[in-house]
Design a protein around this ligand. Structure first.
Ligand SMILES: Nc1nc2c(c(=O)[nH]1)N[C@H]1C(S)=C(S)[C@@H](COP(=O)(O)OP(=O)(O)OC[C@H]3O[C@@H](n4cnc5c(=O)[nH]c(N)nc54)[C@H](O)[C@@H]3O)O[C@H]1N2
Ligand SMILES: Nc1nc2c(c(=O)[nH]1)N[C@H]1C(S)=C(S)[C@@H](COP(=O)(O)OP(=O)(O)OC[C@H]3O[C@@H](n4cnc5c(=O)[nH]c(N)nc54)[C@H](O)[C@@H]3O)O[C@H]1N2
Ligand code: SF4
Ligand SMILES: [Mo]
Length: 704
């Protein structure tokens, strides 16, 4: 048996692992106690990641769809040539807009995939770049586009004396984007609290984060836009905002003040189902602190009024001036990515979508990408000009992850060519014309550069293959490289230009090259197998250049309409209806990372519908009973279970379980896809087309 030190590639924390290998097979994975950040921690799916490598159902060579609908194995090189020829023919006949890419979640942990996927798409000349962003947290991007942003990013947790989290549960999702500590996070949070830092959590559920908070606002789901109007009103009417910051960097303070004046604690408490005193207490605790931001996750962004909610959440940071200043340490240490050259100044809103590519359906692009919900009509809407005909998916599973599952399935089936790069027979792979089997994490070189901005310390690690990949698989980025070569396309990454036929660098050479601006040489990082917190002094945030004229716009243009619509709807209590009395909200579980891991041996193969124990009893249900769920968009079946952290009247369930419509449905064996209760056509946000995915009215009944 050989023992290797490595790190897990399933999700953002990139936990340190000790990997035992026998006969080229991973037989055991334990947490690496010498990893300076994760110190021995792993989660259930991480400990079973080895099983994915040796899964008998793994796609170990390319697969091609036969005329009869089944698949046949094909040499990966041959498949690539056939795909290249078909893409070439489609572009020749219809132009580059006919081809597109969908970048899924697993494109991020393979260090080179995202970069090369983007380079390949650019080389085709196509603007059709779809990502998960627009079924995740686009309201943040829209808020930036309408309000502006701070060039130096956000304040660090370690520098904060208050930290407010809205609709995110980092102790479980381990999503580092909120700046809340994810490595040994709860211990660090408790230590900071013992030192006086106040943590405020806004979440309908008493999550792990809420259980470690000083103040928990268990609001009614979908009412964040009203809660934050109330918090802003409480801050502004007590003049607790940062007036010098607002004078220097902010427009529209008086407009915002007037717009939220209606949001008294009493009204807000009533609409959000909260004690009015809590609203005032949260506002005062936040605004009277010296440093520390409000940061949010998927909860408010998947809600019915995401754009309004996220705008008002971000507005609280702006009015309280909660941004790092010259001399502060930036959030990201950048061991491998190098200095961020951040300066302390506002950047005015750009409404970038107005200058973006316009789709044939009239939908606006969002800078470098298109709203994923618009992909359905891009494929299916009548008319030939500008239509999407061929799609390459990598590290994603849109057939399971998109709201309104039957619509995405219909769209994917309407393509002339669907290619996916996936190690397993995902729902999307089952619909594809070609499936390419990729090398997995323990079979390739990766470094931590892509996730450095989530790490609170100047940490870096590089890890190489610990087992040989099956002969028929290729690395994700090799697929794009080979495809470009076969299509005669030149790949460009920064100043690097790779003509077709250029010798391909090794993965290690490539990742080292991309890290060449780092503070520490790649070889030096490599020498520390467990990874290391480097003793570097990252560049401090610089002062604003003289005459910096950027300003936030707090309440301009269509923001007012979005907010009024949200406030009116919440006041009408139209977030739940007599026909659909429960509100379905999102959550994550430890067993899976979206669809990744949900079928690994030893993890729970299904996603329960969690209810408050009293709601379960009132419905005449016991733990484990089957329930029929319905919404105004669709119906499905699930396994009900009690969860005392729930509010009464809410139901929560994680996503991306179940199979394709029409496949044998067995909620106990495969789980449930809540996307069948959602729509990708109705109740979309303005601009981003973000669907309504949380706080969704549903009916729950014992299975009949
Ligand atoms: N184990 C595991 N980890 C994951 C993932 C996974 O599938 N499994 N997925 C990864 C991905 S892709 C992402 S984007 C991140 C997401 O990371 P997070 O955003 O932290 O995800 P959640 O833990 O679901 O937290 C969302 C919270 O929002 C709350 N919520 C629901 N509706 C509302 C609402 O209307 N208002 C408010 N204020 N809160 C609400 C829910 O109760 C829940 O606690 O997690 C990543 N990490
Ligand atoms: N109802 C509901 N729907 C949701 C959400 C929700 O909260 N509720 N969350 C949304 C969010 S935040 C997101 S990000 C999306 C997720 O949407 P996607 O990113 O499309 O879904 P994943 O399941 O993460 O897709 C990962 C795929 O990559 C494959 N894979 C694993 N390892 C590798 C690898 O090394 N290389 C390659 N090429 N492939 C690999 C996996 O088998 C899987 O098929 O779902 C969204 N959908
Ligand atoms: S899957 Fe688990 S072990 Fe792997 S990086 Fe994520 S949290 Fe860590
Ligand atoms: Mo996500």
């Amino acid at each position: 048996m050989e023992r290797h030190i490595s790190f897990c590639r399933i999700c953002g924390p990139l936990c340190g692992t000790v990997v035992d290998v026998e006969d080229n097979k991973v037989v055991r994975i334990n947490g690496d106690p010498e990893h300076p950040l994760t110190r021995g921690f792993t989660c259930p799916k991480g400990r079973r990641y080895g099983a994915l490598h040796s899964d008998p159902g793994r796609i170990t060579t390319a697969q091609r769809r036969r005329r009869d609908g089944g698949f046949e194995p094909i040499h990966t090189g041959e498949a690539t040539l056939e795909i290249a020829a078909q893409l070439h023919a489609i572009i020749d006949e219809h132009g580059p807009e006919a081809v597109g890419i969908f970048i899924g979640t697993a494109s991020y942990t393979a260090t080179l995939t995202y970069t090369f996927g983007g380079a390949w798409l650019r080389a085709t000349g196509s603007p059709k770049r779809y990502t998960t962003n627009t079924i995740d947290q686009t309201a943040k991007t829209i808020a930036i586009g309408r309000m502006g942003m701070w060039a130096a990013g956000q304040q660090r947790f370690d520098d904060s004396d208050v930290y407010m989290l809205v609709g995110t549960n980092p102790p479980l999702s381990l999503q580092g984007a909120t700046g809340f500590p994810i490595h040994d996070g709860l211990r660090r949070v408790d230590a900071a609290r013992a030192d006086g830092t106040k943590v405020i959590v806004v979440d309908p559920r008493r999550t792990e984060a809420a259980a470690h908070a000083d103040l928990h606002l268990a609001l009614k789901p979908g009412t964040d836009a009203t809660l934050f109007a109330g918090i802003l009103n409480a801050v502004l009417s007590a003049n607790l905002h940062d007036a010098p910051f607002c004078d220097r960097w902010v427009n529209g303070l008086e407009d915002l003040r007037a717009a939220v004046a209606w949001a008294t604690p009493a009204l807000v408490g009533q609409h959000c189902e909260l004690d009015p005193d809590l609203v005032v207490e949260a506002a005062h605790l936040f605004a009277t602190a010296k440093k520390g931001p409000v940061r949010s996750g998927t909860g408010p962004d998947m809600g019915p009024h995401a754009n309004a909610a996220e705008h008002l959440i971000q507005a609280l940071n702006v009015v309280c001036g909660r941004f790092p200043q010259a001399g502060d340490i930036p959030v990201a240490s950048g061991v491998l990515s190098g200095p961020a050259n951040a300066v302390a100044m506002a950047i005015s809103p750009t409404r970038f979508w107005e200058k973006s590519y316009r789709m044939r359906t009239g939908v606006m692009g969002l800078g470098g990408e298109l709203p994923s919900p618009a992909m359905i009509d891009d494929i299916l809407a009548p008319g030939e000009e500008g239509k999407l005909r061929a799609l390459v998916v990598c590290g994603g599973n849109p057939a399971a992850a998109f709201p309104g599952q039957s619509r995405i399935v219909e769209a994917l089936e309407g393509l002339e060519l669907l290619v996916t790069v996936d190690p397993v027979w995902s729902e999307t792979a089952k619909l594809a014309d070609y499936v390419i089997g990729p090398a997995l994490g323990f079979e390739r070189w990766d470094d931590t550069r892509g996730y450095e901005h989530y790490m609170s310390e100047p940490f870096a690690q590089v890890s190489g293959p610990v087992i040989e990949p099956p002969p028929g698989v290729i690395e994700d980025w090799h697929f794009y490289w080979d495809l470009a070569h076969a299509m005669g396309l030149t790949l460009q990454i920064g100043k690097r230009v790779y003509e077709p036929g250029a010798p391909r660098p090794s993965t290690l050479e490539m990742i080292a090259d991309l890290a060449s601006k780092g503070y520490v040489p790649h070889e030096e990082v490599r020498a520390h197998v467990h990874g290391k917190i480097f003793d570097i002094e990252p560049d401090r945030i610089g002062p604003a250049p003289e005459g910096a004229s950027g300003r936030f716009e707090l309440f301009a243009g269509d923001v007012a309409q979005d907010c009024r619509r949200a406030w009116d709807a919440i006041a009408d209590a139209s977030t739940s209806t007599p026909d659909h009395p429960f509100l379905l909200i999102v959550r994550r579980n430890r067993d899976s990372m979206n669809t990744s891991g949900r079928r690994l041996p030893g993890v729970r193969p299904f996603n329960p519908l969690f209810l408050h124990p009293d709601d379960l009893t009132d419905l005449g249900l016991a733990s484990g009973d089957l329930v029929d769920l319905s919404s105004k968009h669709g119906a499905t079946r699930a396994v009900a279970m009690p969860d005392a952290t729930m509010r009464r009247g809410d139901a929560s369930m994680t996503h991306c379980y179940g199979g394709l419509p029409g496949e044998e449905d067995d909620p106990q064996a495969f789980g449930t896809n809540p996307n069948r209760l959602l729509s990708i056509d109705e109740d979309l946000q303005t601009i981003s087309l973000m669907p309504h995915m949380s706080a969704v009215p549903i009916r729950i009944a014992p299975a009949g």
